[in-house]
Design a protein around this ligand. Structure first.
Ligand SMILES: [Zn+2]
Length: 116
C-alpha cells in the first residue's frame, strides 16, 4: 500500500469499519466523514460525498451508467476496494509465510507396506 494511504489510515482520516464499510474524513469539515458502503448496488458501492450523491448516483438511478462500470464509483469507493484488496493480499502472504515456517504435522503418516 502506498505511504499516503497508510498514513491516512494510521491518522484516522480513513476508518475501516468493516470489510464493506469505510469512512473518509472530509477535507472541508474535519468533523464530518463520508461513509462508503461497498455492499450497495450489487457490490459496486455507494458513498455520501457530493461527487457520488449529486453527480454519479443520479446517472446510476436513471440507467445512463451501470453499477461496476466506468463512472459509477467515486474516488472513495475505488480507494476502499484497493485497500480491501491489499489487506487480502497481505494476509494471504502472511498465512503462506507462517505455513512455510511451521508446516502442519501429518496426523496419520502413511507406513510403507511390510513385505516380509
Ligand atoms: Zn465518495
Amino acid at each position: 500500500m502506498d505511504r499516503l494511504t497508510r498514513q491516512k489510515i494510521e491518522d484516522g482520516r480513513i476508518i475501516i469499519e468493516s470489510a464493506l464499510e469505510f469512512k473518509y474524513q472530509s477535507k472541508q469539515d474535519p468533523d464530518s466523514y463520508y461513509l462508503v458502503d461497498l455492499s450497495a448496488y450489487g457490490g459496486s458501492g455507494a458513498c455520501y460525498c457530493e461527487q457520488f450523491r449529486f453527480r454519479i448516483e443520479p446517472k446510476i438511478l436513471s440507467g445512463s451508467v451501470a453499477p461496476h462500470e466506468t463512472g459509477s464509483q467515486c474516488k472513495h469507493i475505488l480507494l476502499s476496494k484497493f485497500i480491501l484488496g491489499q489487506k487480502v493480499i497481505d494476509s494471504t502472504i502472511e498465512k503462506l509465510r507462517q505455513y512455510e515456517e511451521n508446516p502442519p504435522k501429518k496426523k496419520n503418516p502413511t507406513k510403507k507396506k511390510d513385505t516380509t
